[in-house]
Design a protein around this ligand. Structure first.
Ligand SMILES: [Zn+2]
Length: 332
């Protein structure tokens, strides 16, 4: 078993983590105060209490209020650079992180192109100060109006290769049908922008089949419920689809009862390409290093197994081929 310190030192790559859900608690409180946002907590301990979720819709409610702490482009720039500092502290060489511009626009009316500029400034500074790199997955939520998701897809396509690496889909599965956003997906695909949807987290195999059909995705956020359907598992293996698994998130949102009962080891044993991720780490009282440590502890995984998960992630990044090759060279 690897200790937490050993997992922290292991060079890593992360594919599934949300920028707004990663804001440090101290920064959440500072931004709330600066921007006059009324949160139900005014201390770090109070925030931890607030981050006790009953289920997925409750989590979305908290996440939405948390996102309101971002009110100015400089807030976006700050949280991105701080995020990269946190990844560097954990030796996470490269991250693809999700950012929900539509929600920030609804709360703070910052035009989406200004948000993207702020993201880019934050990334430039983070690269310079902390020596790690970051690509953005610009997502929209299932409940968004179809015309709004098309707007996000257009901005994401414009910024593809200039900070943005993919279009994402999040929100509450089963409430907003992914089908409503076919126009946004088609626009992204027509312009060569990959799509990385959340699916098979709170809903079952049908949601994953739908994501495959609508987005031709090569990666799925969570996807853990694919085990309910053998034909789907075979399809995912055949298409070499990578699953972005986030165990602590699943446990905290009561999707899975405990680490011991989490299907990650089963997914790996079936031959699926699994990766380990932190999703919204401070909200789930975790870090990526913790996820590696907990996995090692739960399933007795040694360094070779943990390294294979890092390599699965590195091979599935949406960077240029040259950048991916350079990243892989740093890991082997
Ligand atoms: Zn997520």
């Amino acid at each position: 078993m690897l200790s937490l310190a050993e997992c922290q030192a292991l060079p890593k790559v992360e594919l599934h983590v949300h920028i707004e859900g990663s804001i440090r608690p101290e920064t959440v409180l500072r931004l709330a105060k600066k921007n006059d946002i009324d949160l139900p907590a005014t201390t770090v301990a109070g925030l931890r209490e607030w981050y006790r979720f009953t289920d997925f819709p409750h989590f979305v409610e908290v996440y939405t209020l948390l996102s309101q702490c971002i009110q100015e482009p400089e807030d976006i720039e700050f949280i991105v650079t701080e995020f990269m500092a946190g990844q560097a502290e954990q030796n996470i060489l490269y991250t693809e992180a999700t950012y929900t511009a539509g929600t920030i626009f609804q709360h703070a009316a910052i035009p989406i192109d200004e948000q993207i500029d702020a993201l880019r400034r934050g990334i430039t500074q983070g690269r310079r100060d902390h020596g790690v790199d970051l690509g953005i997955i610009m997502d929209f939520v299932r409940q968004d109006l179809p015309e709004d998701s098309v707007t996000i897809a257009e901005h994401a396509v414009d910024a593809h290769g200039k900070g943005v690496v993919a279009l994402g889909l999040s929100g509450i599965e089963g409430v907003g049908p992914a089908e409503d956003h076919r126009a946004a997906f088609n626009y992204a695909m027509a312009h060569g922008l990959p799509i990385v949807p959340h699916a098979g987290e709170t809903q079952g195999a049908d949601s994953i089949w739908e994501a495959l059909e609508l987005t031709e995705c090569k990666r799925i956020g969570h996807g853990i419920r694919c085990l309910e359907d053998d034909a789907l598992v075979n399809e995912l293996i055949e298409q070499q689809v990578v699953l972005e698994v986030c165990p602590s998130s699943n446990v905290c949102l009561n999707v899975v009862p405990s680490w011991e009962e989490h299907p990650l080891a089963k997914l790996r044993d079936r031959g699926l390409r699994v990766t380990l991720n932190s999703d919204d780490p401070p909200m789930f009282n975790t870090t990526l290093s913790e996820e590696y440590h907990r996995a090692s502890k739960t399933w007795g995984w040694n360094e070779d197994v943990l390294k294979s998960l890092v390599l699965n992630a590195a091979k599935a990044t949406l960077q240029t081929d040259d950048a991916r090759t350079a990243l892989l060279a740093r890991l082997v």
